[in-house]
Design a protein around this ligand. Sequence first.
Ligand SMILES: Nc1ncnc2c1ncn2[C@@H]1O[C@H](COP(=O)(O)OP(=O)(O)OP(=O)(O)O)[C@@H](O)[C@H]1O
Ligand code: SF4
Ligand SMILES: [Mg+2]
Length: 379
Amino acid sequence: MSLNWSKKEKPVSKLWSTADRGGPAQSLLAVRGLVKHFPVRDPVWVRPRRAVHAVDGISFEVAKGETLGIVGESGCGKSTTARLIARLLTPDQGSLVFDGEGVAEFGGLSLPDYRRSLQMVFQDSFASLNPRMTVEDTISFGPRVHSMSPAQALARAHALLDRVGLQASQFASRYPHELSGGQRQRINIARALALQPRLLILDEAVAALDKSVQAQVLNLLQELKAEQGLTYLFISHDLHVVQYLCDRVMVMYLGQVVEIGPVGQIYSAARHPYTQALLSAVPSMDPARRTALPPLAGDPPSPINPPAGCRFRDRCPYAEAVCASSSPVLDPLKAPDGLADASHQVACHMATAGSGHSAAAQLPTATPALAGISELEAA
Ligand SMILES: Nc1ncnc2c1ncn2[C@@H]1O[C@H](COP(=O)(O)OP(=O)(O)OP(=O)(O)O)[C@@H](O)[C@H]1O
Ligand code: SF4
Ligand SMILES: [Mg+2]
């Protein structure tokens, strides 16, 4: 059943999420140079003051109607990025542009208007819900706060409940502890949709669900996206799910973006050694597809004192002197004819002609230890 808000129910004022302004060619969200360092609580005599470099100057865009996946090892800054975008955290540096308007800037989109345009769904479905509120109160709370009449808000909550596959007559008056994990996550999705956002940030939203429930929730998310014209930012450790759901993938390492591109291109022809290593670690049901060696050796360096130059160099089998002396920047890949492919960007000296790396002219697509999925499948 699709959601068709009646005219009476529809938001009537700017109190609700912002309408499309720039058309499909304009990005829904542009993230520009976001930085977030968390100060370490050292004793006062420790100088200089230290900080966790959780997010260190990341820039990317999210197109209208797409699903952008964010992947990377634990602690690389995915959730911090999501919280910065949702403005649950204030960035130390950088800015956000939402559908062409600067967020919280003079003459731009106010923070309350921006916050209504996006919602987040977290991994922990129980902690995200107020244990003292019934399901219908939880879902109708946002609309009521934003001036919808209690009766309308309740009607909306019931419609949303039905839409996420939970009969309102059966579930509306239940409390979170009376629901399964999958049902609670459906409630979280319904609550997120109650304010008709344009962007949904899903931070490991299906990670805690078993595979069959996960598949149902993923299908629901796909349907809702098509129905409501939503845009998703999808954070996940599960590279199979990312491949299934996402249009593009952004790979993060130690607070920075190392590769971003269309999902097909990343999964079949990743160019950054870290992306190749991540993909080679994906388990396969195919017994013919085996990896002999653990694809990534060692732990990531400390985010308190990240290494100079390329942050991946301590674990990269291709590292050369230039990797320690200068930081690679995220650049569009160059095709053999010299034309740049703006859709696929990589931060690696091997992908930048003239960087000083011996392989800059021709990047090997894979080695036995760092083989990408395509090569392993062909083997
Ligand atoms: N409030 C905070 N105070 C101090 N450090 C923090 C805070 N939040 C996050 N960090 C640190 O910032 C870094 C990035 O954390 P973040 O939660 O963004 O990682 P993540 O990629 O989401 O990891 P995971 O995949 O495990 O969820 C980590 O080193 C983490 O310890
Ligand atoms: S810049 Fe150097 S160390 Fe970093 S990924 Fe590329 S080759 Fe490896
Ligand atoms: Mg996280």
